[in-house]
Design a protein around this ligand. Structure first.
Ligand SMILES: NC(=O)c1ccc[n+]([C@@H]2O[C@H](COP(=O)([O-])OP(=O)(O)OC[C@H]3O[C@@H](n4cnc5c(N)ncnc54)[C@H](O)[C@@H]3O)[C@@H](O)[C@H]2O)c1
Length: 362
């Protein structure tokens, strides 16, 4: 894939940005180098932050009131990277709605909302205003996950049968799950593995959660397409252990994604000659040998950069392309957000029961 830099773009999205905090500066504004963006203005409640950001990333104007920015700048799209309010609720739903009502498409970071009702309200306003909201489900854009998706979508892979994912995050005890401040950390992180699962395996029909005393969980999953899966969310693993591992099995082949940078495709084919108890070596035919890809981390290539490996540049580039084409995103949209919040609400229920994730199962 050839990447066009900002300066190469024949047309750029007239973009305004709300939120100039740590993540925006570290990971999101830098993506504009690789995206068709004309950064008109930036806004932060903390004006000094916004001013610094404008100098660093070349915005023409600075605001501390986003309503004023939207009125005066009339951007076609807005990037929103804000934080939680004092009660622990993400600020995205109200800001996204205000932006859509001002005529803008919106890209919001995760977590998009704290409840199903908030996502439904964004969907309602999106339909009413004909503006769309893209959500920063970055893992749907990791090159490793995109490669795995491409492999498992090949006809020869067969229908997906099982999938397992791992992502460390503790689930608070039931007595604390009604308290937004205490469930906030779980909400903040559960969207990561669940967006991978939705991207690779499709919509979820039901889940069954088992929780260890320290908050670690194993969730058994039934997908709408008939596949089954599990999500292991450990709590208390050693520092420095890779956080993630995903394994996807079809009907004859499988894919393993290790640490988000190593993709192995175990291809279908015959077992080593000789049969059980008679095979003197473990080599099968070359055509059936496993294929592993990983970056070489030597060259100054874009693919070696975390801004690409962690999906930030790809997700912002995709959002900009959707704005330029005036088409709603298919990846990282409000329907994805709706399901993830349904799953989040299911985790707030007592564990040890089958919880239906209702929704569009067509
Ligand atoms: N996808 C990822 O890898 C990743 C990583 C880190 C953080 N995040 C997400 O990014 C978001 C921001 O995290 P952060 O660590 O940068 O937080 P932060 O607190 O450092 O920055 C948030 C900024 O938003 C500003 N803000 C809040 N309300 C505003 C408003 N109404 N108008 C203008 N500015 C407003 C705050 O003043 C602050 O400067 C969170 O949603 C977080 O979950 C995502």
């Amino acid at each position: 894939m050839t990447i066009q830099y900002n300066q190469d773009s024949p047309r750029r999205v007239r973009l305004a940005a709300i939120g100039c905090g740590g993540h925006a500066i570290r990971n999101i504004f830098p993506t504009h180098v690789y995206a068709p963006v004309d950064l008109l203005a930036v806004c932060d409640l903390d004006r000094a932050r916004a001013e610094h950001c404008a100098r660093m990333f070349g915005a023409g104007r600075v605001y501390s009131d986003y309503a004023q920015m939207l009125r005066e700048q009339r951007p076609e799209a807005v990037q929103v990277v804000t934080n939680y309010d004092a009660q622990g609720f993400p600020r995205y739903p109200q800001i996204a709605i205000d932006c859509m009502r001002a005529g803008c498409h919106v890209w919001i970071e995760k977590p998009p909302a704290a409840s199903v009702a908030q996502v439904q309200e964004m969907i309602r306003v999106s339909r009413e205003t004909r503006r769309f909201v893209a959500v920063g489900f970055k893992k749907m854009f990791f090159p490793a996950n995109v490669k795995a998706k491409e492999i498992i979508s090949r006809p020869g892979f067969g229908p997906l049968s099982t999938i397992t994912a791992r992502y460390p995050q503790g689930l608070p005890p039931l007595s604390e799950r009604g308290d937004q401040a205490r469930i906030r950390g779980f909400l903040d992180h559960m969207v990561h593995p669940w967006s991978v699962l939705r991207y690779l395996a499709g919509p979820t029909r039901s889940i069954y959660v088992q929780r260890a005393a320290n908050g670690g969980t194993i969730t058994s999953i039934q997908f709408v397409n008939g596949a089954v899966g599990s999500l292991h969310m450990p709590q208390g693993a050693g520092i420095g252990a890779p956080l993630e591992r995903t394994e996807i099995v079809g009907s004859g082949g499988s894919v393993v994604i290790d640490n988000n940078i190593r993709v192995t495709f175990y291809r279908p084919g015959s077992a080593p000659e000789g049969g059980y108890g008679r095979s003197g070596n473990f080599f099968g035919a070359d055509e059936a040998a496993a294929v592993t890809w990983e970056p070489e981390f030597s060259l100054g290539q874009l693919y070696n950069k975390a801004i690409f490996l962690l999906g930030y540049a790809p997700e912002i580039r995709y959002f900009c392309q959707c704005v330029l084409d005036n088409r709603a995103p298919e990846r990282g949209n409000l329907e994805d957000a709706l399901e993830l919040l349904r799953i989040h609400e299911a985790y707030r229920q007592p564990e040890g029961q089958c919880l239906e994730i209702t929704g569009d199962h067509s």
